[in-house]
Design a protein around this ligand. Structure first.
Ligand SMILES: Cc1cc2nc3c(=O)[nH]c(=O)nc-3n(C[C@H](O)[C@H](O)[C@H](O)COP(=O)(O)OP(=O)(O)OC[C@H]3O[C@@H](n4cnc5c(N)ncnc54)[C@H](O)[C@@H]3O)c2cc1C
Length: 319
């Protein structure tokens, strides 16, 4: 059955005389299955939008930055929620709430970077409702999970009426607030391969607890035995948040680290490369130089903590 919810035609005035922002008129349907959601999305085309937690979309609608004609509510699609290990991968459903990911022992055991990030995303109210899928689909340049999943080299599983496709997260973001998810598609899951020797960490600087990042860095390291017992970096992912890094990635720093010893010297060089190649913008959170400095320093700290978690206590320095 189609339910119709109407927003007021224009900005209304509250009883106190203050201005109240309300969305433009839109229709609302609660999907009963993934197929139902996809059918609705394809029938309405680009004017339809999925709503999950609504913590990003609804404020944008109130500000008239988004004016969808139809909202397709996916909150009943419990098959899209949950964290599990399957097929050698950590699989995180798009409808998994931030709080659920934070509480997931299996996520923290394999990739503690996920818990590091979830601890500093917003506040419990937002975390109880906001979803992992909504976060990455929002593609806000300051969204913490975008940098995290870029560091983890995750894959996005996207479902359309004609079937499923998989997109590496590093090709998922097509621009600020734009992703590879088409108008008649739904992000179903994020997948991260489980590989031996991993350690990961996320470090963020914000102006106050739960605020958006001034800058943040995530590191995922996969270490292998090296000469003289010093492990080498077999593979690495470095994600940067809120500093204008292309695809949320510090590619030059990653390139430098691969095959080098997992130690302070390599990490310092990687931090310098991350700082040099990001493109932060000055805003109310700080000037360019400060953000660039943070990008470098936080990269080093995330790498150190990731290395320690990969089983290398005794590395110099603290996070
Ligand atoms: C007060 C406040 C503080 C915040 N602080 C932070 C912070 O510190 N760090 C941070 O990273 N984030 C922060 N956020 C953002 C928050 O994490 C996101 O708003 C939220 O998690 C997005 O998820 P959602 O489920 O609410 O998405 P929604 O608002 O429902 O959707 C967002 C977008 O994603 C699309 N979408 C959602 N799910 C899917 C899907 N499965 N398939 C396809 N498209 C989909 C929607 O159509 C929409 O375009 C904050 C938000 C608030 C309100």
């Amino acid at each position: 059955m189609r339910q119709v919810t109407s927003g007021a035609a224009d900005v209304a005035r509250g009883g106190s005389g203050g201005r109240v922002q309300v969305p433009a008129h839109f229709e609302y349907q609660r999907a009963t299955s993934l197929d139902h959601a996809l059918a609705l999305l394809s029938r309405f085309g680009p004017e339809a939008r999925v709503v999950a937690g609504g913590h990003s979309l609804i404020p944008m609608m109130k500000l008239r930055l988004a004016q969808p004609e139809l909202l397709v509510d996916v909150n009943d699609l419990t098959e899209l929620a949950g964290v599990r290990v399957e097929g050698g991968e950590l699989r995180i459903g798009a409808l998994t709430r931030h709080a659920e990911l934070l509480a997931s022992a299996v996520a923290g055991e394999h990739y503690p970077i996920l818990h590091d990030a979830e601890r500093v995303i917003a506040d419990p109210v937002v975390r109880n409702r906001g979803t992992v899928g909504g976060s990455v689909c929002q593609a806000d340049p300051s969204e913490d999970l975008s940098g995290v999943f870029a560091a983890l080299r995750a894959t996005a599983v996207i479902q359309g009426v004609d079937g499923e496709r998989r997109v590496p997260l590093r090709k998922f973001f097509t621009g600020p607030y734009e992703t590879a998810v088409g108008p008649a598609e739904v992000l179903v899951e994020l997948r991260v391969p489980l590989r031996p020797g991993s350690g990961s960490a996320y470090v963020k600087v914000d102006r106050r607890a739960g605020d958006w990042a001034v800058a943040a860095a995530g590191a995922a390291l996969w270490l292998a035995p090296g000469p003289g017992g010093v492990p080498v970096v077999a593979d690495v992912g470095i994600g940067l948040t809120a500093v204008g890094a292309r695809d949320f990635v510090a590619a030059e720093a990653e390139e430098h680290l691969r095959g080098r010893p997992a130690g302070d010297e390599s990490f310092a060089a990687a931090g310098a490369l991350a700082a040099r190649h990001c493109r932060p913008a000055a805003d109310q959170r700080g000037p360019v130089d400060y953000k660039r400095h943070l990008a470098g320093e936080l990269t080093v700290r995330a790498l150190r903590l990731a290395a320690r978690r990969a089983g290398r206590p005794g590395l110099r320095g603290t996070v």
